[in-house]
Unconditional design. Structure first.
Length: 215
């Protein structure tokens, strides 16, 4: 307990850093994932190819390698003005978007084809059909896998601690380097991650129940 109380500001900053990084990465992953899912089911072949290439690239690339690319390749191409937090956001968001894309695409495939055909018969465009007809119905199916994806994102954010980003794993590394006992540090860090992941799981269960009632 003394480890936590004596270094409460560090643990607090790490906890807040992990929450903010996870939330921002989840938002970026959701936006990119939904867009790429739309590309993957698009009637336009170049868009389908781009969506498939996106998923293949990011889903099969180790996340640590993406961090290395964000730290050493991106600055060389776009300049060095990007801070470590933004680099971690891009690496986590792009990586997770591939899994979000596949979850959304699987949800879209559960919507009966007749729904899209009926929308087209009414003169709706593909984007209107996807946004107003297909995605709202697919949401119920997508919620459970998204919960697992964002819980995995929370744990993946620990990699950012090795790249000078303020988050929970970074706090563990900082205190361990100062010579403090590693066991209690890991205990408190693990408990903090459990609080975040249980909160995410609870929020998604609540959302799932609300959508079941609506159905």
């Amino acid at each position: 307990m003394n480890v936590l109380l004596d270094h409460l500001p560090e643990f607090r900053d790490g906890f807040i850093g992990t929450v903010l990084l996870t939330a921002a990465s989840a938002l970026l992953a959701m936006v990119l994932g939904v867009v790429m899912a739309g590309f993957r089911v698009s009637p336009v072949p170049p868009l389908r190819f781009f969506g498939a290439a996106w998923v293949t690239l990011f889903r099969n690339t180790p996340l640590t390698l993406l961090f290395l690319v964000a730290w050493f390749v991106v600055p060389a191409v776009f300049g060095t003005g990007m801070n470590p937090w933004t680099k971690a956001l891009l690496a986590l968001g792009f990586y997770t978007s591939a899994f979000v894309c596949e979850a959304v695409r699987s949800g879209v495939s559960t919507v009966p084809l007749g729904q899209a055909e009926a929308a087209r018969s009414l003169g709706m465009t593909f984007s209107q059909t996807l946004r107003m007809i297909v995605l709202p119905q697919a949401t119920r199916t997508v919620i459970p896998p998204l919960s697992s994806i964002f819980i995995a994102l929370t744990k993946n954010s620990a990699i950012a601690g090795a790249f000078s980003v303020t988050e929970l794993f970074g706090v563990q590394k900082l205190l361990s380097d100062k010579g403090f006992a590693i066991a209690p540090i890991f205990l408190w860090v693990a408990l903090a991650y459990l609080v975040i992941t249980f909160t995410i799981s609870g929020l998604f269960r609540l959302l799932e129940r609300r959508l079941e009632v609506a159905r």
